[in-house]
Ligand binder design. Structure first.
Ligand SMILES: C[S@@+](CC[C@H](N)C(=O)[O-])C[C@H]1O[C@@H](n2cnc3c(N)ncnc32)[C@H](O)[C@@H]1O
Length: 225
């Protein structure tokens, strides 16, 4: 079945948030980074502005700028309404209120949109669906990231997660996944089982970060070869 943009809720974060979530040191920021399920985040845009090396992968990069822009506008009101109804589930510290949240997200997604066509032409935004094989040799990237995608979308199932993370670990020397909870900010059996699977053959660390927006989603998973 063809993938439809109507099934996606595009909602993008910025470079400062990625640095906090993924505990990216100054040295990490100089490395060759791949970001999976990167959607309309502006991490790639802001890193490229600084002459850094980021390649983003996502299903939505098969669509045009106009289509993605339209979808962002469609979901904006619904998402903000849901946030308003569930304010107690969030930590209003780095982002202080709903207006600041909307401004931060919309500003990130506008930056992404302004960079999308140029970035696509330069091979920085690549249409790819995990867990499909990536066209890179082993260890091509230093660090692979997944923000608010893997482990969160538990409905995609155990096999999807194992196969996706194995492919990421083939092309990256290490991967970092944030957060490790599901969409309700609960650590799921799926996350436990997936993490246990990788403990057998890889070095696995779980680190508490300084980034917590949805209450309870403050832990980062690092898997190294
Ligand atoms: C909640 S968004 C996160 C966007 C971005 N990482 C951030 O944190 O700002 C999740 C993204 O995962 C992408 N996605 C979902 N399933 C995917 C798959 N099988 N392969 C690649 N990307 C996928 C969606 O298109 C969406 O852009």
């Amino acid at each position: 079945m063809a993938f439809k943009l109507d099934n996606v809720v595009p909602w993008g974060r910025n470079m400062k948030e990625y640095q906090l979530m993924f505990q990216l040191s100054d040295n990490d920021m100089l490395k060759k980074i791949a970001s999976f399920g990167d959607g309309p985040a502006c991490f790639n845009y802001e890193m490229t502005e600084r002459n850094r090396d980021v390649t983003s992968f996502d299903l939505i990069y098969q669509f045009s700028k106009t289509d993605i822009e339209k979808r962002i506008e469609e979901v904006r009101i619904t998402v903000m309404q849901q946030m308003r109804e569930n304010m107690d589930n969030y930590v209003w510290k780095n982002i202080k209120n709903l207006d600041e949240l909307e401004n931060t997200r919309m500003s990130a997604m506008k930056k992404f949109l302004s960079d999308y066509e140029k970035g696509k032409a330069e091979g920085r935004y690549i249409f790819h669906e995990l867990p499909n094989k990536l066209p890179y040799e082993s260890d091509y990237f230093d660090i692979g990231l997944s923000s608010h995608f893997l482990l969160m979308y538990t409905q995609l199932g155990y096999d999807f997660h194992i196969m996706s993370m194995e492919e990421m670990l083939r092309v990256c020397k290490e991967i970092r996944v944030f957060p490790i909870v599901d969409l309700d900010a609960v650590k799921s059996n799926l996350a436990e089982n997936v993490i246990d699977y990788f403990r057998k053959n890889f070095k696995v660390e779980i680190i508490k970060t300084g980034y917590e927006f949805q209450k309870g989603d403050n832990k980062l998973l690092i898997i190294k070869k």
